[in-house]
Design a protein around this ligand. Structure first.
Ligand SMILES: Cc1cc2nc3c(=O)[nH]c(=O)nc-3n(C[C@H](O)[C@H](O)[C@H](O)COP(=O)(O)OP(=O)(O)OC[C@H]3O[C@@H](n4cnc5c(N)ncnc54)[C@H](O)[C@@H]3O)c2cc1C
Length: 398
């Protein structure tokens, strides 16, 4: 199949796409960026009324539920449109865009009842949304090693296990839980929708993390949790297939947000470097400052082309196995490039770059996790190396 070249140029966008990007940009600049300092001072947790105001603004500007189908209450964006919006969201620190009503794509695969009960309210900004629980104490990079089980019971399932690092698990209305359905000697990875108030669901720890983030990442234990047959999402044994589609979108999302972060870091560092005077010269006139800026700009431009081309491959209907590998490449390159870019920015700001009130300081902490979650950089290299072996060099790099 052929794919269109990446649309790096503004004139290739339709008027509607340009309008969408403008709405996202204005939302970020008018609503989210002014809240960053408050969010940092409060450890990431804004008061409920501020969160409600962000959600209302996002809905009014038609920025919620981006990739979800219009008939489910989403916007039905293409991946390119989703790219344009999320690049703007990435320009904000403290993960403030997490307050925009949305859910993981997995819920879109739900039954009409599941969509009615969980997806629609989340996209209306009414409920706490979802959280995705795969990782366990002994199973991180290799999710096929999970020990959580779902055993058949009268009319449903009994779930046992413990999940770690459940992002938004503390606020979610529903937990998407990966467990192995035990069928004789077979273990069938399956996703279940579990409400946190179900008896047997226990929050055992709320660890502290490096970033100041809107939500926590609690450890959640499931002991004899009884759910009905209708709690299965996507069919028994289909957990890994749904997870692959989830990984493609989540990994691309991390790349796109990191591109936004690089854009903001470059903007702010350039403004500083062209006005800060030391030794009688603007610091940008020292190559020790200007060359790292040039490297960051180059990283951002290369990462943008790669990531946008993957988004367009998805829109063009490319083989999901190929876009899975390509999205791994985009996340690997851009998350590592964004880390370099934040580190250089801290250096250019000098002592100010070590203050939490400074955007470079915050991004320098916050971007670190992008090399860990949704597949570590090492695991992504494994995925890419496998694609090279199975699909060949040409398919992998073109
Ligand atoms: C803030 C935060 C939020 C998270 N949110 C969620 C969430 O919402 N839901 C969820 O399910 N999980 C979540 N996670 C978990 C995250 O996905 C895992 O931490 C990640 O997949 C790595 O697993 P691990 O921590 O067990 O590390 P390990 O798998 O133990 O890896 C340790 C080190 O070994 C390396 N390694 C492992 N295997 C290989 C290999 N085959 N080749 C080379 N190197 C290898 C890794 O790259 C890493 O450097 C979150 C994590 C964090 C920090």
């Amino acid at each position: 199949m052929t794919t269109t070249p990446a649309r790096a140029l503004d004139e290739d966008l339709t008027d509607a796409q340009r309008d969408l990007r403008r709405r996202a940009r204005e939302f970020v600049e008018d609503v989210l960026i002014p809240l960053e300092q408050d969010a940092e001072r409060l450890g990431g947790r804004l008061p409920d009324e501020q969160i409600a105001a962000i959600r209302a603004e996002a809905l009014a500007r038609r920025l919620g539920g981006g990739r979800h189908a219009v008939e489910h209450g989403g916007q039905g964006w293409t991946m390119l449109e989703w790219f344009l919006v999320n690049e703007q969201f990435g320009r904000v620190t403290n993960g403030l865009h997490w307050h925009v009503p949305n859910t993981y794509n997995v819920l879109g695969a739900g039954s009409p009842e599941q969509i009615e009960r969980y997806l629609r309210p989340a996209l209306r900004g009414e409920a706490g949304g979802d959280a995705y629980a795969v990782t366990e104490a002994e199973s991180g990079s290799d999710p096929s090693g999970i020990a959580s089980t779902a055993r058949p019971s009268e009319g449903g399932w009994v779930i046992d296990g413990e999940k770690w690092f459940v992002t938004s698990g503390d606020v979610a209305a529903v937990l998407i839980v990966m467990a192995n359905v035990v069928d004789g000697a077979d273990r069938l990875p399956t996703l279940f929708l579990v409400e946190p108030s179900t008896p047997g669901v226990e929050y055992v720890e709320y660890p502290q993390f490096t970033h100041s983030f809107p939500h926590g990442h609690p450890t959640i234990r499931f002991t004899g949790v009884e759910v009905g047959a209708e709690a299965v999402i996507g069919g028994i044994g289909n957990g890994e297939a749904l997870q692959r589609a989830w990984f493609t979108e989540e990994r691309l999302g991390i790349a796109v947000h990191s591109l936004g972060a690089m854009w903001r870091l470059l903007d702010e560092t350039l403004a500083w470097a062209t006005t800060r005077v030391q030794g009688g010269r603007r610091i940008i006139d020292y190559q020790g400052i200007s060359f790292p800026l040039a490297d960051s700009a180059t990283d951002a431009a290369v990462g943008r082309l790669l990531t946008m081309s993957v988004a367009e491959m998805v829109d063009a209907g490319a083989d999901p196995k190929l876009t899975h590998a390509k999205s791994a490449m985009a996340k690997l390159f851009v998350s590592e490039a964004a880390g370099r870019c934040a580190d250089r920015a801290v250096q250019a700001f000098g002592g100010r770059g070590y203050m939490r009130s400074n955007v470079a300081e915050r991004f320098n902490r916050e971007l670190r996790v992008d090399r860990i979650w949704e597949g570590t950089s090492e695991v992504l290299r494994v995925v890419i190396a496998r694609a090279l072996e199975r699909r060949g060099v040409e398919a992998t790099i073109h």
